[in-house]
Design a protein around this ligand. Structure first.
Ligand SMILES: Nc1ncnc2c1ncn2[C@@H]1O[C@H](COP(=O)(O)OP(=O)(O)OP(=O)(O)O)[C@@H](O)[C@H]1O
Ligand SMILES: [Mg+2]
Length: 350
């Protein structure tokens, strides 16, 4: 991965904002996802573009309901249809167009190349089977191995995710595991297929703070050791900052800013990103206060063609209400969806 700064040359003409030149592993272009509602369809993911290079970690951050999980589900081919539908866009893994695949082909991609872990590890594990049964099954779904070989591999995976006495713990049932251990076991299951891309949707949100830190450390270590790419979804900018190379900030179904993490923290360009930073406990110096973003997220069923953050934005002017605002590159690696990017001086980093 390459970290660059705002003085970089202009982006390649014609490239979707948020995507960069080169050969990305995952490429999401102008993705829009809608769900049927009483009166028609509501667009909950709108014009989302980003890419992930092999071995890179990209974060998506945003408030509840901003469309992070729906974006992940679309990549996994798991949008329930109906009521959902991919209204437009392209999702490619290496050069393969995922939206053009049959259900069987998608299952194979999910089983062999892309894996996902969720916020609630218990929901993905069956309480009636041992951890070992479930890991062995995951291993054998991908590789033709004997029961014994698969058990060895399952123990290896538990060991890899930092569960001590791995072989003995294979025989235990999920209820014997703590929340942190369950999340480790889930990660072990996801690694069973040696994925090129791991999608982690709020993997630490349900855990207490110390365990959260341990799981993040584990994810970082696994990435280094296994060289896989990762899409990390979180509502917590601190989590993203700890783990990711690049980040996309989502607001009300749209990406409003994409940048390398270091650059985003040094020079946020979207007022919503600034708001998220001012609301971070880590940001506040001794004596200063957390500053929550005033107002609430808009109702996606009634959003108009204008800046969606405008009602809450302290920099808003008439122009922000005058039509659709594109995500526009400000440098090779930084893109912003704001009409005032070049006029306003944001203060979060001062
Ligand atoms: N199956 C569904 N049917 C109808 N609407 C849905 C469905 N799944 C998600 N949505 C809607 O899509 C929008 C985006 O939801 P999504 O789950 O992606 O948010 P999120 O950013 O992951 O939020 P959170 O931080 O709470 O997980 C929400 O308005 C949600 O109500
Ligand atoms: Mg979610």
């Amino acid at each position: 991965m390459t970290r660059t700064n705002a003085a970089d040359p202009e982006p390649v003409a014609g490239m979707a904002p948020g995507n960069r030149p080169g050969n990305p592993l995952l490429s999401v272009e102008q993705l829009s996802v809608e769900f049927a509602t009483g009166s028609g369809f509501t667009r909950v993911v709108d014009d989302v573009s980003f890419s992930i290079d092999p071995g890179e970690t990209v974060g998506i951050v945003g408030e509840s309901g901003s469309g992070k999980s729906v974006t992940a589900m679309a990549i996994m081919g798991l949008i329930p249809t109906p009521p959902g539908r991919i209204a437009s866009g392209r999702i490619a893994l290496a050069d393969e167009d995922l939206l053009g695949l049959s259900e069987a082909q998608l299952r194979s991609v999910r089983g062999n190349r892309v894996a996902m872990i969720f916020q609630e590890p218990l929901t993905a594990l069956n309480p009636a089977f041992t951890i070992g049964d479930q890991l062995v099954e995951a291993v054998r779904a991908h590789r033709k191995l004997s029961k014994q070989q698969a058990t060895d591999r399952a123990a290896e995976l538990l060991d890899l995710v930092g569960i001590p006495s791995a072989r003995r713990r294979l025989e235990e049932y999920p209820h014997r595991f703590s929340g942190g251990m369950l999340q480790r076991a889930m990660i072990a299951g996801a690694l069973a297929c040696d994925p090129e891309l791991l999608i982690a949707d709020e993997p630490t949100t349900a855990l207490d703070v110390t365990v959260q830190a341990q799981i993040l450390t584990l994810l970082r270590r696994l990435q280094d050791e296994l060289g896989m790419a990762m899409l990390l979804i979180s509502h917590d900018l601190g989590v993203i900052a700890d783990v990711c190379d690049r980040v996309g900030v989502m607001y009300a179904g749209q990406l409003v800013e994409t940048a390398p993490v270091l650059e985003l923290f040094a020079r946020p360009r979207h007022p919503y990103t600034e708001g998220l930073m001012l609301a971070m406990p880590q940001h506040t110096a001794a004596g200063s206060r957390l500053v929550p973003i005033p107002g609430t997220v808009p109702d996606l069923a009634t959003v108009q063609d204008q800046c969606r953050f405008e009602p809450r934005c302290r920099y808003a002017v008439d122009r922000c209400r005058a039509g659709r605002i594109p995500l526009e590159p400000t440098s090779a690696e930084h893109a912003v969806r704001c009409t005032r990017t070049h006029e306003i001086e944001l203060g979060a980093s001062s």
